[in-house]
Every structure is written in C-alpha cells, then in structure tokens.
Design a protein around this ligand. Structure first.
Ligand code: ADP
Length: 406
C-alpha cells in the first residue's frame, strides 16, 4: 500500500485506461508536489466478455490484488469494480480523473479533451474512421459516466501529435470531394511519439532540436519524422493499416490489389478487413506467427522472409521520411520489437549505413540507450515508450480542479 510518507508528498491521483477488445489495462499515477507523475499501481482485467480476471501490481511488480469471476460480467460492473478497488487503495484520498487512449480525433480534436456530452456526440461521428477501435473506448467512457456521473474523464488521441503535418503531406491524390469527407492522412501512435519527443531532449538536445525519425515497432508499427520535436510526416495514413508491415496488418500496398480481391476473388468487405487487419503482416508472410520472437526461433525460410521484409520496409520508409524531414540527425527505436530485438535493430541499421548510421554492435546487443558508435553521423537510440504516462500528463493538465467523491 501507499506509505503515509508518500501520501504526504502527493496531491492528486489519475487512472489511465487502455481499452482492448477482450481486456483492458490500467495504471494509477500520483502527482507529486514537484508535478512529477509516479506510477503507483498497474494491472489489467482480462477475459472481458467471458470469465474476467483482475490483477494489480505495484511499481515493484508486487501483487496488490487479484479477482476471478466465474461468469460473464458487464463492462459497467467491471469498471465499477476497478474504480472501487482504486478508491479503497487510495483511501482516504480520491481519484481525480480517468484518462483514456482513443485512436481517432479526426480533424476536429487535435488536443486531449475533457469528456462532455457534446464531445461524445462528436466522437461517435468518428466511428466510421476507426470502426474496430473507436466504439470500444466510447463504450468504456459511457459505462463509467453512467455509473459515476461526477468522475472527470479525459480522452487523448493517437492522431493529435500529427496536427503539425503540412496540408500537402496529409493529402492523397484523390478527388477533393473525398478529401472534404475526411479521407486524408491522419497518422497514429501519436501518444508514443509525443512521449519520446519529450524524452529525447534530456539525452540528445542537439538531435532533438534537429531531424529525428522514431520507429515505433510493436505489434502495430509505424514511424514518424520529426523536425524540432514536431511531427512532419508519418507512415500511417487514413487508417492504422498503412505503412510498415506489422504483426498481423499488411502495411502499404497497391489499392489495385483491393479491387482485384473484390472483383475477381469475390471477397466481401468484411473478409478483406479481417485479412488485412488480422491475417497479414508477419503472420501472413511467415505462415507461422506474428511474434518476432517466434520467427527468430524458427529455421523455416518463410520466417526469415517475414523478418527480412519487416526490416526492408522500415528502411524504405526511412528513405521517405528523411526526404520529408530534409535530412536525419537521430533515429529512435521504441515499442516491443524496437526495444527488445537486437536482430531487427541491426538489420535496419546495417541497411542505413549509406545515411551515416554506424551501429555499436555491443551496445545494440546489450540494449544500451545509445546504440550508435561515436563516429556515427546519425545518433541511434533505444527509448522505451510510455503512452500511459503521456495520457496521465495530459489528464493532470486538463483536469485541474476535478475531484471525484464517490
Ligand atoms: P502492442 O502494439 O500490442 O503494444 P508491443 O509494443 O507490446 O505491441 O510489442 C509486441 C511485440 O514485440 C511482440 O509481438 C513481439 O513481436 C515483440 N517482442 C516483444 N518482446 C520481444 C523480444 N524479447 N524479442 C523480440 N521481439 C519482442
């Protein structure tokens, strides 16, 4: 539990909820008097829609609580359980606000925002832009608002960080009536990029003031080009399918393929959607797994093909982002694959030698923060991403004055 000492040095508490399809993760942050946010607890509820299981740990990974339900429980009851658990944990203090990660803010929401009925109405209109993800988060917010009408909720958008992209970089070569309907490049993973952009000046001020590429290589993967810490271009566009080859998503491909599938293979839109989101990428190319660890452990030629394609696409997209940024000073690897796979990082860096990238092989193998050699013209880094902290920072800023008394 929180020690009485730490209670005296904190003022406000924020929960962050990251909604998934069958599970959701949460983190609990305390704001210190110097405005730093410290994570006090984190955990998840798995098996939503079946037999849910709750677990929570403290920052030293010690188990704080566990609960197993033996039947299906409504989302509202699960969230009620979580908020009651948090309130008990914080007693005699209270939660100040809850922050949510939302994929799409459309053209309207370019900053995190406090939830109100009119914001919810706007966000519902954006469902067609992210039909798989947006409704899930809206359902979480609705369930919490219904049970705790006095609870402040803040939504943070994965698209917001790319609001600094130029109009030209956002446009597709489509008729203007379609652009007017919102068919342009938004870019995603913005909370991860924003966090890294805030961290980079602490370790490489010069590079962060210059031209940086951040490669967020997780199950979902994208890259962002930044100049002076602001996004100028990214590999994802209208949807989170664009750009790199991902765990199960296809990445950029010729739209003519889509026409072929519709017209000649007679696939339905739903079948195409399932194939592009869930059966493509590393999984589809290898026929083995979407997980880089499985592919590295396999000696099947198709596993090597998938990994080679993954690295090649990162390298190709780097070329495009370097052009958009007008050069390159720093390259950052982040997220599951970027943070943990020396093999993928090495494959990418070796193919970027022409740009002035020189890998420090030992530093890369050991997963040090800086993995470029001292004579590398481009500095290369591994920085762990922390989207939850970014959401808590926004929540703390926006919800000043909020306190939830259940
Ligand atoms: P998500 O997009 O779900 O947040 P993550 O950023 O957690 O994804 O990344 C998950 C992926 O990271 C896994 O699918 C796996 O491919 C990769 N990964 C995780 N740990 C390792 C590791 N030790 N070595 C290589 N790849 C790893």
């Amino acid at each position: 539990m929180i020690s009485s000492n730490s209670r005296n040095t904190t003022s406000r508490y924020f929960a962050v909820i990251n909604a998934g399809s069958s599970s959701f993760k949460f983190s609990l942050f305390a704001e210190m008097h110097d405005d730093r946010l410290e994570r006090r607890a984190y955990g998840e509820i798995e098996g939503v829609g079946a037999k849910p299981h709750f677990s929570a740990r403290d920052s030293d990974k010690r188990m704080l609580g566990e609960h197993q339900w033996n039947e299906n429980v409504s989302l509202e009851d699960l969230l009620g359980f979580l908020i009651e658990w948090i309130e008990k944990y914080l007693h005699p203090h209270h939660l100040n606000a809850v922050g949510h990660r939302m994929v799409h803010g459309g053209g309207v929401y370019t900053e995190p925002v406090m939830v109100t009925p009119s914001v919810m109405e706007d966000l519902r209109k954006l469902v067609p832009l992210a039909p798989l993800h947006q409704p899930r988060v809206l359902a979480f917010i609705d369930a919490l608002s219904h049970r705790y009408p006095g609870l402040c909720q803040v939504v943070c958008f994965d698209t917001s960080f790319h609001k600094t992209n130029s109009r030209i970089s956002q446009l597709y070569g489509l008729p203007q009536e379609l652009t007017a309907k919102g068919l342009w490049r938004y870019g995603f993973h913005g909370l991860s990029y924003e966090y890294i952009a805030q961290e980079l000046p602490l370790i490489d001020e010069k590079a962060s003031a210059g031209r940086t590429i951040i490669a967020h290589l997780g199950n979902g993967a994208s890259m962002c080009g930044l100049v002076g810490g602001k996004s100028v271009a990214s590999t994802m566009g209208f949807s989170a399918l664009d750009g790199l080859v991902m765990g199960t998503r296809c990445g950029t491909f010729d739209p003519g393929v889509m026409l072929y599938l519709l017209q000649h293979e007679k696939m339905t839109p739903t079948e195409i959607e399932t194939m592009l989101y869930q059966q493509s990428g590393l999984l589809g190319v290898s026929g083995i797994s979407s997980d880089v660890r499985d592919l590295l452990a396999s000696d099947a030629p198709a596993a090597k093909t998938a990994l080679d394609l993954f690295a090649y696409r990162v390298v190709r997209e780097t070329g495009s982002l370097v052009a958009a940024c007008g050069g390159l000073d720093a390259f950052v690897f982040t997220a599951g694959i970027g943070e943990h796979s020396p093999e993928v990082r090495a494959a990418v860096c070796e193919q970027l030698e022409w740009l002035g990238v020189r890998l420090d092989v030992k530093a890369n193998q050991m997963g040090r923060i800086r993995i470029s050699s001292s004579d590398s013209r481009v500095s290369v880094w591994i920085l762990p991403t922390y989207e939850e902290l970014m959401i808590a920072r926004h929540g703390a800023r926006i919800s000043k004055g909020c306190e939830f008394i259940p």
